[in-house]
Design a binder for this molecule. Sequence first.
Ligand code: NAP
Length: 331
Amino acid sequence: MSGQKSNEMLAAVYDKPGDASTVLSARYVKRPEVGAGQVRVRLAFSGINPTDVKIRSGRTPRPIADFQVPHMDGSGTIDAVGPGVEMTRIGQRVWVLLAAHESRWGTAAQWTVVNQDRAIELPDEVSFELGATLGVPAVTAANCLLGDGPITGKDVLIAGGAGAVGRCAVELAHWQGARVAASVSGEVKAEITRQAGADFVVNYREASAKEQLQAWSTKVAHIVELDLGTNLDLDLAVAAPGASIVTYAADREDPIIPIRRLMAAGVSLRFMLLYTLPAPVLAAAIDIVSAALAANALQLPPVQVFTLADIVGAHQVQEAGPTGRVLVELP
Ligand SMILES: NC(=O)c1ccc[n+]([C@@H]2O[C@H](COP(=O)([O-])OP(=O)(O)OC[C@H]3O[C@@H](n4cnc5c(N)ncnc54)[C@H](OP(=O)(O)O)[C@@H]3O)[C@@H](O)[C@H]2O)c1
């Protein structure tokens, strides 16, 4: 991979969906041009999420025009701006979200271009590593946790507290002054979740999980859920009348919704997908993440860092369901 021309960049690319080892490689491609309303970011780190590997594998089908650079999230420095963008943004450190959504230019490359509102100022004291872990998980967590009203002083339950989204939700809930319970599958994840600020952690695989949670609270006001089918019983066992449950994942078969039980419990269900959030709602969630960063409320999770040359390994680790986050460092 030598001989980079001045208008080229090194990028991970694929030109058809499939297994990482079959379709993904690092090679030189033309550097993207910055358009009206856009910024170009010289990337430091790219963050991988489940959505990136689902799209690359074809599980979430997306059109590919010629080739695709994967990954929604990243961090780096703005080095060019298009018409309509303040020149003062050049040199700004940023975290990037949704770069590969409806765009070829994901963050697994030396440069990306995004609309200016998808590159958010990263405070000087916040590392590029932390910046690359924000994007999809932190913004999802912000909307799921706070999109139904304030939670200060309330009991909240977060499923999968050591997951990328779940851990951000725990941090945000702790910062907001909620009483925070979270579910995990084992002690390593329990410790990650406690360090993120959970007051109570339960292993959802234990037979007594429901009783343990009920001993902690039976007036949970808000639940951030990623496996509604498996956890609905647990959720209803601790939910207060008027509680809201927000579900952001659909990895398992759709459950049958027990309408009468939900009516009797007075619980509302909301379903959330980042890609279809109305623009003002997305902007509000981004603002929450920025406020949390400014308040030092978000810390770096455990990370595994890969080089761009080992992009296949990075995707394979992400697909295996890592404890912590997978980042790619850009050369
Ligand atoms: N709607 C959206 O816009 C949106 C945004 C971000 C992510 N997502 C989706 O949300 C899912 C999670 O994303 P992520 O990045 O947070 O993944 P992740 O980092 O892999 O975290 C998922 C966590 O959930 C735990 N878990 C699995 N089943 C559970 C259950 N029944 N109860 C409690 N915890 C459980 C997993 O650990 P154990 O298996 O060890 O329990 C893991 O720690 C993915 O499907 C992703 O595509 C959707």
